[in-house]
Design a binder for this molecule. Structure first.
Ligand code: ATP
Ligand code: MG
Length: 437
């Protein structure tokens, strides 16, 4: 540029706190991860579902429960400016999947195995592993009540950790029983906590009558000992609930899945019954839960559908990827097959055609493009070719072009070697190359 524009420096606009950009250096890992998950989901015959990011606020209030952390203080809710409708950026996706299943009568011809991926929004204090926009991948199975489906979901998650090369992921299991069993446990729990009122912190006092189960989940060390002796949900399970829990454990045992039963494991949403579980790790500091889920046999009717059982889980992508990064030394970087070096821009029409033909045959080509300082010398183009990570430089020099050829220079294996290839035979030549490992 010869003339500098005389613009006044304006203040930068930055992303909303707790919401992150995923830049090109990072996004390759995300894409690879999503593809790995997708392949795994298909192996278990799960189909993809995509629901809107914005839902009526009432959906979450009704399904998650009014006195849950999410509904009480974490939702991004706003009014539609035209009709005043109360809307919310989804804080999780199970409620949305259930809404969609009911709205479209998806269960009319039998149960469904579904998965989703996408951003979720919770107004939490941003810290490592905890963001305001974060991503979840979830699996939901609607319409099946048997413990074998709970087991299948756990096997699916476990196979994912294996596929990703993660180690040190533990599985914790619990059963919350059925609503009447929960009520009996709740009464006993409140009575016990009342006896130890002096030990309860402010948060727990607030929840004592609204959501006492959640107190069991408290991380306050001063309460730990008292909570350890609290009435256990498992002691309130009736025959059928126990049988369900035992048959889940039998399938896990048969398939070599290790787990511990944690009678104090509860989940943040009200909709769970029977099985609940979490996959946890010690490698992420205090945000150690990478995946959580359970059964929600009453949610479909609560959202207005015909009663049907259901079970599912959701994993936190950011947390899982942090483990992946720690487990793999250098995640694969996405690199093009070819970098097109065009010494003189007059050769661009020919270069474009060749690049298009290669791309249509499945090869990736990064075209040289001019920068703010002009088109760039051959030397600087080669520097860019090298930095791109491309396997080959494809050179459209005037000498070669006069012979209707291009030069291919090896940049990686056999670096320094080069050959000329007729333009007309370029695609064919590229097809003889071994695909990258
Ligand atoms: P936590 O106890 O860590 O707050 P949660 O019980 O609220 O988790 P779920 O609603 O069960 O989490 O969501 C499933 C998974 O999504 C979690 O196990 C976690 O990996 C991830 N997750 C939840 N909230 C966040 C967040 N704010 N930022 C990043 N990941 C999150
Ligand atoms: Mg939470």
């Amino acid at each position: 540029m010869t003339e500098k524009l005389n613009v006044k420096r304006v203040e930068k606009i930055t992303a909303v706190k707790g919401m992150n950009d995923i830049l090109p250096g990072e996004s390759g890992l995300w894409e690879w991860f999503e593809e790995t998950v997708r392949a795994q989901m298909h192996r278990y015959a799960y189909s993809n579902i995509r629901t809107p990011i914005v839902e009526p606020t009432g959906l979450f209030v009704r399904s998650l429960g009014e006195v849950t952390d999410i509904v009480e203080k974490e939702m991004y809710s706003f009014e539609d400016r035209l009709n005043g409708e109360a809307l919310t950026l989804r804080p999780e996706c199970t409620a949305s999947v259930v809404r969609a299943a009911v709205e479209h009568s998806m269960l009319h011809d039998g149960g469904k195995r579904l998965y989703y991926m996408g951003p979720m929004f919770r107004h939490e204090r941003p810290q490592r592993g905890r963001y305001r926009q974060f991503h979840q991948i979830g699996a939901e199975v609607l319409g099946f009540g048997g413990a074998e489906v709970d087991a299948e979901l756990i096997l699916l998650a476990d196979s994912l950790w294996r596929e990703l090369g993660l180690t040190g992921v533990r599985l914790e299991l619990n059963s919350l029983g059925q609503p009447d069993e929960r009520r009996a446990h709740r009464t006993a729990l409140i009575a016990y906590l009342e006896q130890h009122r002096d030990l309860l912190d402010e948060d727990s006092l607030r929840r004592l009558h609204s959501n006492p189960l959640r107190i069991l989940d408290s991380k306050n060390p001063a309460m730990r000992k008292m909570l350890e002796a609290a009435p256990r949900m498992l002691d309130f399970l009736g025959g059928p609930s126990l049988a369900h829990f035992e048959s889940l454990q039998a399938i896990l045992d048969n398939n070599g899945i290790a787990y511990t039963v944690n009678s104090r494991l509860v989940r943040g949403m009200d909709y769970y019954n029977l099985t609940v579980f979490e996959f946890v790790t010690d490698q992420l500091g205090s945000q150690g839960t990478i995946c959580g889920g359970g059964r929600y046999d009453y949610l479909i009717e609560q959202v207005g559908g015909k009663p049907a059982p259901a079970v599912g889980w959701a994993l936190g992508v950011e947390r899982v990827l942090e483990l992946v990064r720690a487990a793999q030394s250098s995640p694969a970087r996405q690199v093009p097959d070819f970098y097109a070096v065009v010494p003189d821009p007059t050769a661009l029409p020919v270069a474009f055609k060749a690049a298009q033909a290669l791309r249509q045959s499945g090869r990736s080509v990064q075209m040289h493009a001019g920068g703010a300082d002009g088109w760039g010398s051959v030397k600087s183009q080669f520097r860019k070719a090298d930095a791109s990570g491309a396997r080959f430089a494809l050179i459209f020099g005037s000498d070669e072009l006069s012979r209707e050829e291009a030069t291919v220079k090896f940049l990686r294996d056999g670096a320094g070697e080069q050959c000329t290839v007729p333009l007309a035979g370029l695609v064919e030549w590229a097809q003889t190359l071994q695909s990258k490992a």
